[in-house]
Design a protein around this ligand. Structure first.
Ligand code: AMP
Length: 282
């Protein structure tokens, strides 16, 4: 695997590959790789001639300094994992100055109402930071395909809209959430939880599954109130939000419509670690 820290060198290398019509896939990550990331990478490897994985912890998307400083970082292990996947992988692991040439601040994006609820409401300017870094990375890599996880569904929708409104000609590929046996969605942040907290965290998925099982049987308010009482017996779980929202425009549902598709979304703090998850409702 070739590793680049310089954006210019990466671009020179990719230009040569593109000259002979190689298809390029791109998987942006913040590292501390797990099987969720690996599934995206494997999909890209199977659908493209070369795949670029970026590992860059983007400061502008963190609203909380402590969260940024304590974000798991294990680059040696990440390199070992990536090395085993394919010879056609390229790692882009830039320092801050390769991405932010001037001040380390977000640009301003019009995200419509997509950042109004859920993560957008609870993490101030988070999605401005995400949009900024994604735009910069997409410019540098200029890939044919980009692989993003449904685990961060609001982020996925926002990036899809960003691409739609921009001059990027790339295709966004949605990838399924990979979970532990107990349902807990894999996340780099899970590494900050001990085993007992990870088991407690699996209740997030239980609540989402409850919403799925009852979506066509009970009213939204009834689902919300039963989910609230479900969590009341877990003092370790502090739910920030539990919402059922339209999959397309991400607005919390008021009246269910047959032609619409919905998802349940949750964010919660477990022993000081903030986790998010979501599930499609059928
Ligand atoms: P991150 O490193 O957390 O920024 O995630 C990088 C990419 O991996 C994003 O597109 C995430 O949505 C995706 N991802 C993270 N966790 C999972 C998971 N458990 N299953 C599938 N994709 C995931």
């Amino acid at each position: 695997m070739i590793i680049f820290k310089s954006a210019r060198r990466l671009q020179n290398h990719l230009a040569k590959l593109k000259e002979i019509d190689n298809k390029i896939g791109f998987i942006p990550t913040m590292g501390a790789l797990h099987k969720g990331h690996i599934s995206l990478i494997q999909k890209s490897v199977s659908e493209n001639n070369y795949s670029v994985v970026s590992i860059f912890v983007n400061p502008t998307q963190f609203d909380n300094q402590h969260d940024l400083v304590s974000y798991p970082n294990n680059i040696e292990n990440d390199i070992k994992l990536l090395d085993r996947i394919s010879d056609n992988l390229i790692l882009f692991n830039p320092d801050l100055d390769q991405i932010y040439t001037g001040k380390i601040i977000s640009d301003v994006y019009n995200l419509g109402d997509l950042d109004k609820y859920m993560e957008g409401k609870f993490r101030k300017d988070h999605f401005q930071g995400v949009a900024t870094v994604v735009h910069k990375l997409f410019d540098i890599v200029d890939s044919d395909n980009v692989y993003l996880g449904e685990k961060d569904f609001q982020q996925l929708r926002i990036i899809e809209e960003l691409v739609l409104k921009s001059a990027f000609s790339l295709k966004i590929i949605r990838c399924k959430t990979i979970r532990d046996k107990n349902g807990l969605a894999l996340s780099s942040r899970n590494k900050k939880l001990d085993i007992s907290s990870q088991n407690i965290a699996s209740n997030l998925f239980k609540a989402l599954s409850f919403a799925n099982e009852n979506f066509n049987k009970k009213s939204i308010d009834k689902i919300y109130s039963e989910v609230e009482s479900f969590f009341s017996v877990f003092p370790q779980i502090k739910v920030e939000y539990f919402l059922i929202a339209d999959e397309e425009n991400l607005k919390p549902v008021e009246v269910k419509k047959k032609e619409k598709k919905y998802r349940a979304f949750i964010a919660a703090d477990i022993s000081g670690v903030r986790l998010i998850d979501n599930l499609k409702l059928y």
